[in-house]
Design a protein around this ligand. Structure first.
Ligand SMILES: [Fe+2]
Ligand SMILES: [Fe+2]
Length: 211
């Protein structure tokens, strides 16, 4: 067991925060929409899709923050490393969402630093509760993100195959993250906690769609 918040972990958490909020994210995998041609959309459609992708982008910022917070206070070295790895994998989703937002002429949310700070604090508390609870929190987060992505697929214009490919690949990845957490021993979270997580997610969605 490793209950210490080491300098290494603090530096890693600080580095992840700075990179998430201020650096251009990089995807090792090819962007899922790379081979798809842009389809014609009117300004209203572009604005709507760009807002949906902004919500998804902030969701990924929150995921980075949660996993970074959890890695900071994780009790075992294995869980801490696995949380840091999960945070890195989410970087690709950040890159895909950011590129799509740019292509549509939109912008990322000005609220990202606020959501990062809040999510980091929640992640750190979840990590301190114990690895099984922390993994349970990760699993539930990924499941909720998956459901939220499914609702976005329903809202996309039928012609926007580029955004669809990105969201579909994110769904596949999030389902894998949830499954990995389950295999590693995720605890089943109490219903009131799941309810609070849903409410937080709704707050994030409703605000970042607009700003
Ligand atoms: Fe993600
Ligand atoms: Fe994920």
């Amino acid at each position: 067991m490793n209950r210490l918040i080491t300098t290494d972990k603090l530096i890693c958490a600080f580095d992840t925060g700075l990179r998430t909020l201020f650096a251009k994210p990089h995807s090792e995998r090819q962007h899922p929409d790379a081979a798809i041609d842009e389809s014609p959309m009117d300004n209203q459609q572009k604005k709507h899709v760009s807002a949906l992708m902004r919500v998804n982008h902030t969701g990924e910022v929150c995921a980075q923050a949660l996993y970074s917070g959890q890695a900071l206070t994780a009790q075992s070295a294995a869980t801490s490393i696995s949380m840091q790895q999960a945070a890195r994998e989410e970087t690709e989703h950040l890159a895909w969402c950011e590129s799509r937002i740019e292509a549509l002429g939109g912008h990322t949310s000005v609220l990202n630093p606020l959501f990062y700070a809040g999510s980091f604090a929640i992640g750190a508390v979840a990590g301190a509760l114990g690895d099984n609870w922390s993994l349970g929190f990760l699993e539930e987060t990924e499941k909720q993100v998956g459901a939220h992505l499914a609702s976005h697929l329903d809202q996309l214009p039928a012609t926007d195959e580029k955004s669809r490919r990105i969201i579909e690949q994110m769904q596949i990845d999030e389902a894998k993250h949830a499954n990995d957490a389950s295999i590693q021993g995720a605890a089943q979270l109490p219903a009131p906690i799941k309810f609070c997580m849903t409410k937080m997610s709704q707050l994030m969605t409703s605000t970042t769609y607009h700003i």
